[in-house]
Design a binder for this molecule. Structure first.
Ligand code: FAD
Ligand code: EPU
Length: 339
C-alpha cells in the first residue's frame, strides 16, 4: 500500500481546494485494499473512497482515510455477434475507456466522452450527458463492504439508478467501495443524436447519419467549447443538479417566463435547467474574492485562487437563496461534500 499521512488534498480535487486528510492510501489490488481498511480500523478512522476528485467539495480538513484504487484492467468477459461484456477496474480513467471501446468497435459510450473521473465513480451518480446515462450499459457493480472487507456484487436493478442518483448515494452511502464495473456494449453502432445541442452541432457541421466516432467528436467539441478545463479554472462541473419540479409549477413559471427551457419527464414532472435559473438571477460571471460563477456557464463555480471549501459553500448558499426567492425552486448541490 502506498500510504501518505497528513497530506494536502489540493492536487486530489479538481476544485483545487486546500485542506488536509489524515491519510490517503493508493491500493493496487484487493489485498492492499484490506490492509488499508485495517489501517483505518486500528485508528478508528472512516474510509472515504476517492477517484479523480472531480465531483468533490473539500469543506474542511478530513479526519479519515481516503482510498484510491490504482488497478485499471479491462477484461473481456463475454462476446457475441451483437454485444460484448466488459469488466473494468475502478481505477481506469473514464474518458480513456470511452476512447478505447470506440477503437475496439464496442459502441454506446460515445455520448459520455470527456466526462472527468474514474470508472469506479461512474455508478455513484450515474454519470450522464448528451441524452445518455451510464446505467444503460451497467449490468453489475462489484465492490467491497468497508465495514467487513467482504466482496459483494450488485445487479443493475439493485443499484437503484436515477438522474444523478444511485443506491451508493442512498442506503449504501459510505458503506461500499466499488472495485469494478461490468458493462455491456454493442458491436453495432446505434448513434443517439436526439439531445438538442448535439443534434444542432451535427446539423451545423453538415453531418447526417452520424457515426459513433462523429458523435464522440461532436460531444468532445461541444464540451470543450462550453465547460472550463479544471486544470486552468478549477471547478467540479455542474455544481447543482437540474431541479425536477411538478408540472403545475412549471406551467406557472412558464406563464411568467415563456422562454424558460423545460425538459418534460412525465405528465406530472419536468426538469428545468439550473443554469438558466441561476443565469436569470444575475449570477453568471459574478465573483466574490476567489470564488465565482463562470462567465460562460452559470452552473459552474470556479476557484479563482485559493478559496476554501466553506467560502465556496457560503457563495453557493447565496445562489440557492436567490433562486429560491426568484423562482420558488430549491437547488441541490451535485458534488459530494467532505470535511
Ligand atoms: P470523485 O470526485 O473522486 O468522487 C466522487 C464521489 O464518488 C465521492 O463521494 C467518492 O467517495 C465517491 N467514489 C469515487 N470512487 C468511488 C468508488 N470506487 N467506490 C465508491 N465510491 C466512490 N458528471 C456527469 O454526470 N456528467 C457530466 O457531463 C459531467 N461533466 C463534468 C465536467 C467537469 C469539468 C467536471 C469537473 C466534472 C463533471 N462531472 C460530470 C462530474 C464528475 O465527472 C463525475 O461525477 C465523475 O463520475 C466523478 O469521478 P471521480 O473519479 O472524479 O470521483
Ligand atoms: N443555460 C443558461 N445559461 C448558462 C448556461 C446554460 O441559460 O449560463 C441554459 C442553456 O441555454 C440550456 C440549459 O441552460 O438551455 C442547459 O444548459 P447545458 O446544455 O449546458 O446543460 P446543463 O443542464 O447545464 C447538464 C448536465 C451536465 C451535462 C450536460 C450535457 C446536470 C446537473 N448537468 O448540464 O453534466 O454535461 O447537461 O448533457 O444535469 C455535471 O453533471 O457535472 C455535468 C457537467
Amino acid at each position: 500500500v502506498h500510504l501518505q499521512t497528513d497530506l494536502s488534498l489540493k492536487p486530489f480535487n479538481t476544485l483545487s481546494i486546500d485542506a488536509t486528510a489524515t491519510g490517503l492510501a493508493q491500493v493496487a489490488d484487493y489485498s492492499e485494499l484490506l490492509q488499508a481498511l485495517e489501517w483505518a480500523q486500528q485508528r478508528g478512522l472512516p474510509v472515504l473512497p476517492l477517484g479523480e476528485g472531480s465531483n468533490l467539495v473539500v469543506a474542511g480538513d478530513i479526519d479519515g482515510l481516503l482510498l484510491k484504487q490504482g488497478s485499471d484492467k479491462v477484461e473481456l468477459l463475454d462476446a457475441s455477434d451483437d454485444t460484448v461484456l466488459l469488466k473494468v477496474d475502478a481505477g481506469k480513467d473514464w474518458h480513456q475507456l470511452v476512447q478505447w471501446t470506440l477503437a475496439q468497435g464496442y459502441f454506446g459510450l460515445e455520448n459520455l466522452a470527456l466526462i472527468p473521473g474514474a470508472v469506479g465513480a461512474a455508478p455513484i451518480q450515474n454519470i450522464g450527458a448528451y441524452g445518455v446515462e451510464v446505467e444503460s450499459f451497467i449490468s453489475r457493480v462489484h465492490g467491497v463492504d468497508l465495514a467487513t472487507g467482504k466482496t459483494l456484487a450488485l445487479a443493475h436493478a439493485d443499484c437503484q439508478f436515477g438522474y444523478r442518483d444511485s443506491v451508493f448515494k442512498g442506503a449504501l452511502r459510505d458503506k461500499v467501495i466499488i472495485t469494478s464495473v461490468e458493462m455491456q456494449l454493442s458491436r453495432h453502432s446505434h448513434p443517439r443524436c436526439h439531445y438538442p445541442a448535439l443534434n444542432a452541432w451535427l446539423e451545423d457541421h453538415g453531418i447526417t447519419d452520424a457515426s459513433a466516432q462523429q458523435v464522440f467528436e461532436a460531444v468532445v467539441a461541444i464540451r470543450s467549447s462550453k465547460l472550463p478545463d479544471p486544470a486552468v479554472e478549477p471547478n467540479a462541473g455542474s455544481f447543482f443538479k437540474n431541479p425536477v419540479i411538478p408540472s403545475a409549477q412549471v406551467q406557472a413559471l412558464l406563464a411568467q417566463h415563456p422562454e424558460m427551457p423545460v425538459y418534460p419527464l412525465s405528465h406530472t414532472q419536468a426538469k428545468v435547467p439550473a443554469a438558466w435559473l441561476i443565469d436569470r438571477c444575475g449570477w453568471k460571471g459574478q465573483r466574490d474574492g476567489d470564488v465565482g460563477v463562470h462567465p460562460q456557464h452559470a452552473l459552474v463555480l470556479v476557484n479563482y485562487g485559493n478559496c476554501s471549501g466553506s467560502e465556496l459553500l457560503a457563495f453557493a448558499r447565496r445562489i440557492t437563496n436567490s433562486v429560491s426567492e426568484g423562482f420558488g425552486v430549491a437547488l441541490e448541490i451535485e458534488p459530494r461534500i467532505y470535511g
